[in-house]
Design a protein around this ligand. Structure first.
Ligand SMILES: O=C(O)Cc1cc(O)ccc1O
Ligand SMILES: [Fe+2]
Length: 463
């Protein structure tokens, strides 16, 4: 049997920090083009896409016979009965239905798991140097390079979340991955993700992010980054309230791939993360055989440089919720399962204000990562590819050096965080870290020392 072609290109400059996001251009028919690929624009739209004219049925979803001998298959992202405003599903017209595969068997792949459940809680401030890269001579693909850092809850209960990191130096040749457990928000840190999905192809580079929903097969090449996986919820744009109709992440800047298929017979392995464990099944053809699709349940990506920042232009440090790109709700209004928040380059103009983040204790858990540059509240020690975790009610804030310089800095308008991008996964759940997070070699045991020397400056009036 012919082998499927290698789908993913290897990025030329995989570990290059200076990578710029390629320009997006109008491509006609409501599409845009970037880096040789075409995309739909918009968030949560009903899209329709066909790689062969006439492949998409008109006026119905399940014709007795689909055009060109295709099979119709629905992918449901929400219960059939969810209200229209929340209902998510897509119809896929494919060469074979997804069910044509051998039995799933459990596989042991490194460090992606749910082992936070075996660990005790730890209220300490935690920081990690950049997570380890594959060792010299080791060939690691995306599935093998996934490691879970922290999590809470349980995919079986459709409630909770996990934080993973990935580091891989090999393409997923003739194999693909999907999660049955949760939507994955992927934040590349090094290298461009060349992602093949059942819906089409996406390139996602440093300073862009993407969301791959439950059950969408992906095949990814060499790269390093962070992932937040959410069980039982989907990401949505935050409400803007008094900000008005525009600002923050604007819907039109979200890009969704267009249909692209391969008709390839050959050995293929499908990895499926199911109830926290990895399974794999063999099949004799490429799963990227969707010729046409329509619906509102499809992967998308977003360039963080397009985030329209809103902030105080008078005084006081605002809460970081003003920088929310995407949020995944809980049933309690305003309470997020996770907010994806960024700390983008921006003007800082506040008068008579201590400008860096304030000292605080938060009823939410804050996991932070650094895509590039440095983070404004930490003078050193928090490097791109590293992370911090400040758990629920764990006190934290600027380190001593940052406090001292910001307390006496001249307050002129200035651009801050230029060339940097830090982000936060902020969750209402109590996160626990995994054994891997403690043993991967990146944990900084002395992190707490950054607040040492925050001396007493108290000078009460003399009586
Ligand atoms: O802890 C952090 O560094 C994140 C953060 C930033 C900020 O500007 C305000 C609150 C907050 O938790
Ligand atoms: Fe914080």
């Amino acid at each position: 049997m012919a082998q499927p072609t290698k789908k993913a290109k290897v990025a030329g400059n995989v570990f290059n920090h200076d990578e710029k996001t390629p320009a997006v251009k109008q491509a006609g028919n409501g599409l845009v083009e970037q880096d040789g690929l075409k995309y739909f624009t918009g968030f949560g739209n009903e899209f329709s896409s066909e790689a062969i004219e006439g492949a998409l049925p008109i006026g119905q979803n399940t014709p007795q016979q689909c055009a060109y001998g295709l099979y119709a298959e629905q992918l449901s992202g929400t219960a059939f009965t969810r209200p229209r405003s929340h209902n998510q599903r897509s119809w896929l017209y494919r060469i074979r239905p997804a069910v044509v595969h051998d039995a799933f068997k459990k596989v042991d792949v490194n460090n992606i798991n749910q082992k936070w459940g075996e660990c005790e809680g730890d209220p300490n401030q935690m920081r990690w140097s950049p997570f380890p890269l594959p060792k010299d001579g080791e060939r690691v693909n995306f599935v093998q390079g996934l490691a879970t850092v922290a999590g809470a809850g349980d995919p079986c209960m459709r409630s909770g979340m996990a934080i993973h990191v990935y580091a891989c130096n090999a393409n997923m040749d003739n194999c693909c991955f999907y999660s049955s457990d949760g939507d994955m928000l992927i934040v590349p840190q090094l290298g461009t993700l060349h992602i093949t999905t059942e819906f089409g192809e996406m390139n996602v580079c440093n300073n862009e992010i993407c969301v791959i929903q439950v059950c969408v097969c992906v095949c990814v090449c060499v790269c390093v980054g962070y992932i937040s996986e959410i069980f039982g919820s989907h990401f949505q744009l935050p409400d803007l309230g008094p900000i008005g109709a525009n600002g923050l992440a604007n819907p039109r800047d979200f890009l969704t791939p267009i249909a692209k298929y391969e008709d390839v017979d050959g050995d293929f392995t499908v990895y499926n993360k199911y109830q926290g464990q990895m399974f794999s099944a063999k099949q004799d053809h490429s799963p990227f055989d969707v010729v046409a699709w329509h619906g509102n349940y499809a992967p998308y990506k977003y360039d963080l440089a397009k985030f329209a920042v809103v902030n105080s232009v008078s005084f006081d440090h605002m809460d970081p919720s003003i920088f929310t790109v995407l949020t995944a709700p809980t049933p309690t209004p305003g309470l997020a399962l996770i907010d994806f928040v960024i700390f983008p380059p921006r003007w800082s103009v506040h008068e008579h204000t201590f400008r860096p983040p304030y000292y605080h204790r938060n009823c939410m858990a804050e996991f932070m990562g650094l895509i590039r540059g440095h983070y404004e509240a930490k003078a050193e020690g928090f490097a791109p590819g590293g992370a911090t975790l400040h758990s629920m009610m764990t006190p934290h804030g600027p380190d001593r050096q940052c406090f001292e310089s910001a307390s006496s800095a001249e307050l002129k308008p200035e651009v801050i965080a230029k060339g940097t991008q830090a982000f936060m996964f902020e969750t209402s759940l109590g996160l626990k870290t995994t054994p891997w997070a403690a043993t991967c070699g990146a944990r900084q045991e002395d992190y707490h020392a950054v607040w040492r020397g925050l001396d007493k400056h108290f000078k009460p009036p003399s009586k």
